[in-house]
Design a protein around this ligand. Sequence first.
Ligand code: NDP
Length: 291
Amino acid sequence: MTQTVAFIGLGAMGWRMATHLPQHFDSVYVWNRNFSKAEQHAEQFGTIAVKLEQAVQADIIFSCLPTSQDVEDLIQPLKLKAGSIWVDCTSGVPESAKKLQTTLATQQVQFLDAPVSGQTIGAENATLTFMVGGHQDAFNQALPAMHTMGKLIKRVGDAGAGFAVKAVNNMMMAIHLCAAAEGFTTLKAHGVNLNEALDCINASSGKSGVTESALPQRILNRSFPLTFALPLLAKDTGIAIDLIREARLSAPVTGLTYSLIQSANALAEPDSDFSTAVKLYESWNNIILES
Ligand code: NDP
């Protein structure tokens, strides 16, 4: 039975995800680039702050960094433990997952791309969705550990499939965000009460995750809390557009949304939440989406 797990990258997601592990495992190593965060995590949640070289001696190693490049750079010089499983919860690049699966296999380590959905609240409540790519046996072995942090955990295919599903999911969310910005800008221009309109739409066919949560909880109340940074959404739309280009598909809505999110990101203040992308529409139309 697995006794030791590790979590690498205690950011907005990783910090919260790693809090659940000590309830289920005897030893939970944590490591963060800014190491004082790891020490603080250990103090608060009973994890063990260790050097990276020790963290990667765990039986199951979770990582959650901004990009696949960050994960590749981190792994590259490391000596790993044969028989262990690396579960990467970064929203990453499918090609990178295939590469890491192959390179880690030379050290007898299995790699799973296991990005998550559910935002920081899902990480806090252990209700994340895990979309996992990789070998079935590695998935089966890592499943109990993933279950400590998630609710719906699906193996969606071989290496890279998890990252692909996550990129497409986030591209669809970005499309919904642009659709909601356009729809509610139109309603505001026509003097409609946005709160009442939102109630109607959320009981109708135009609703989405954006109208159900981002619009009321972040945009219309002008709070824009930073929990999922706009540059990360811009990165995800880039991964999705690459998937479309690689397969030589026609996907005009995706292409346009990609450009809109990149523009919004280029113009945004530092440390902007993804929901601030609607400010692009606000600046064009001189209409503020406030209820
Ligand atoms: P954050 O920016 O909050 O945290 C990033 C973490 O990665 C920090 O611990 C940071 O360390 C570490 N890090 C950054 N660069 C490096 C590096 N080069 N080497 C080692 N460590 C590094 O990001 P999130 O937690 O929000 O996101 C992490 C991943 O999860 C992303 O891929 C994101 O797209 C995805 N995601 C995010 C969600 C959200 O709601 N926030 C939801 C679902 C997925 P340090 O503290 O030292 O800066």
